[in-house]
Design a protein around this ligand. Structure first.
Ligand code: DX5
Ligand code: ZN
Length: 222
């Protein structure tokens, strides 16, 4: 399980997104883009036109996290636009199998996200349709929230289920991931780490990515 770091531009300067992407190019593995519609979550961010522009502006693959009410309607368009990974929420998708397959057929990796209170065991049979499982460690909607330790046992259970099914699915963690919390996430089995404020709140964003990766890698080996 190689550690991957996906900085979230939710904590970046939205008037200079291309420059903000450049700050982590060559050091981050992905650029995490939080799409929020003010319905699924109580916040509004950006949509497909901005993702299309970002795709042209950065060499980093884009990791789209759709926190929207109608992922079945919109997810395939993000994959067709060229996002490398498109994640839909279990709580919002009405036809998750169809939508996960549509994301893959459009050439992106299929992601499936679980809010803190959503059980993972319930979705075990869906694992063959999923390239990346996202376990949220805050209630989605805002950056800079406190990491929810209560989710850690679920993260470990998610890792166990993934191993039972061959170990191919990436396990992403998102929300409150920082130098203080990333080791616990890695120990519980996460291998893809989203970090918003911990990267874009730092003076040196590239160094923050480097340091987070080192902490996670060391914790994985421990
Ligand atoms: C929250 C978003 C996260 C957010 C994380 O709903 O999904 O990606 O940017 O921000 P931090 O790392 O500051 O918790
Ligand atoms: Zn996110």
């Amino acid at each position: 399980m190689a550690v991957q770091i996906s900085p979230s531009i939710l904590s970046a300067d939205f008037s200079r997104l291309a420059d903000e992407a450049t700050r982590v190019e060559g050091i981050a593995d992905w650029l995490h883009v939080d799409v929020m519609d003010n319905h699924f979550v109580p916040n509004l961010t950006l949509g497909l036109p901005i993702v299309e522009s970002l795709l042209k502006a950065t060499s980093l693959p884009i990791d789209c996290h759709l926190m929207i009410e109608s992922p079945d309607r919109w997810a395939p368009s993000y994959a067709e636009a060229g996002a490398g990974s498109v994640t839909i929420h279990a709580e919002a998708a009405k036809a998750p199998v169809r939508t996960l397959r549509a994301i893959r057929s459009a050439g992106a990796r299929s992601g499936f996200a679980l809010n803190p209170a959503t059980p993972v065991d319930y979705y075990e049979d869906l694992l063959p349709e999923i390239d990346m499982l996202l376990v949220m460690t805050v209630e989605p909607g805002f950056g800079g929230q406190k990491f929810l330790d209560v989710v850690l046992p679920k993260l470990s259970r998610a890792r166990a289920l993934i191993e039972k099914h061959g170990g191919e699915v990436w396990l992403q963690v998102d929300g409150g991931v920082s130098a203080e919390t990333i080791e616990r996430c890695a120990e519980a089995g996460a291998d893809v780490f989203v970090a918003g404020s911990a990267v874009y709140g730092a003076e040196d964003a590239a160094k923050a990515v480097h340091d987070l990766r080192a902490l996670a890698a060391a914790a994985q080996q421990a």
